[in-house]
Design a protein around this ligand. Structure first.
Ligand code: SAM
Length: 279
């Protein structure tokens, strides 16, 4: 197994467990469903969706907000998870459009399929596969969206190249993802923090450069949600709380992790990237 395959295996295991469990993926102490409430969806949007899609939503933004997705278009969601953005996209493209979700985790694919069937959305199709090797024909997609996924990829340049390949000329992207500045090596090496969408994240500038290297144009960041100190501290504490350390050591380690994490305030945020394939 290559290093990249090992990383994906960990991520797949973590998200499969997150769907089966009563907790969130990105912070063990955060109840499921909280991600959707803080990610920028409107109350009305959430109220209209099947609960399974909302509760199993692990995004960090709302990639469709303010996008100009139109009826009849084709939307591709990278790492579509339990399907929250697939269902919202289906409403935008209508019955004459197409929405394709790609995800590598069986549990996620199953939830997304159930929710789309329950909502009677025949225009939604979910494909099992990797975002580094999209099971999608070249030049067929009007919009690539993604929500808190590319940070998890150990091969981001492959993902960016795949985005450029599948877009039609003039096709567009709207991607919400976590970015970081100056993460120390010990954060980078943590598999748990990788699965929690922090350790694998790159800087905003590297993200933009990667998309441009792949050939996309007009790439820019249109929204930022900077995480507060308290959110970062509780993420670190909750990660330590579920380790197999003895109990006495766990609480001391939790306090230490919280103190160290406080130093990252202002260095982790969710950004929305937009851009286009050249015409
Ligand atoms: C943080 S969750 C986000 C899910 C969804 N976008 C949402 O907003 O709820 C990350 C998702 O990406 C999927 N994923 C991560 N890396 C992937 C890869 N390399 N190829 C395909 N899917 C991947 C995981 O299985 C998981 O469903």
């Amino acid at each position: 197994m290559t290093v990249a395959e090992k990383v994906r295996e960990k991520v797949r295991g973590s998200y499969g467990a997150a769907v089966r469990a009563e907790r969130s993926c990105c912070a063990d102490a955060v109840p499921k469903g909280v991600a959707a409430q803080t990610a920028g969806y409107t109350r009305d949007e959430l109220a209209a969706l099947p609960q399974a899609a909302v509760v199993n939503s692990f995004g960090c933004g709302n990639p469709l907000a303010f996008s100009e997705v139109k009826p009849g278009q084709t939307v591709l969601d990278l790492g579509s998870g339990a399907g929250i953005d697939l269902l919202l996209a289906a409403g935008r493209v209508g019955p004459t459009g197409r929405v394709i979700g790609v995800d590598m985790t069986d549990e996620m694919i199953a939830r997304a399929r159930e929710s789309a069937a329950k909502a009677g959305l025949a225009q939604v199709e979910t494909r099992k596969g990797l975002i580094e090797e999209l099971p999608v024909e070249s030049g067929t997609v009007d919009w690539v969206i993604s929500n808190c996924v590319i940070n998890l990829s150990p091969e981001k340049d492959r993902v960016f190249a795949e985005i450029a390949r599948v877009l039609r000329p003039g096709g567009r992207i709207s991607i919400s993802d976590i970015v970081v500045e100056d993460m120390p090596w010990w954060v980078r090496r943590s598999a748990r923090l990788h699965c929690a969408c922090v350790a694998g994240a790159i800087s905003e500038a590297d993200y933009v450069a990667g998309l441009e290297r792949a050939g996309l144009v007009d790439v820019e960041v249109t929204e930022r949600l900077v995480y507060e100190r308290s959110q970062i501290v509780s993420l670190a504490r909750s990660e330590v709380a579920t380790t197999s350390l003895p109990r006495w050591l766990r609480s001391a380690a939790g306090r230490l992790a919280g103190r160290l994490a406080a130093g990252f305030a202002g260095r982790v945020w969710s950004a929305k990237f937009v851009g286009a394939a050249p015409r």
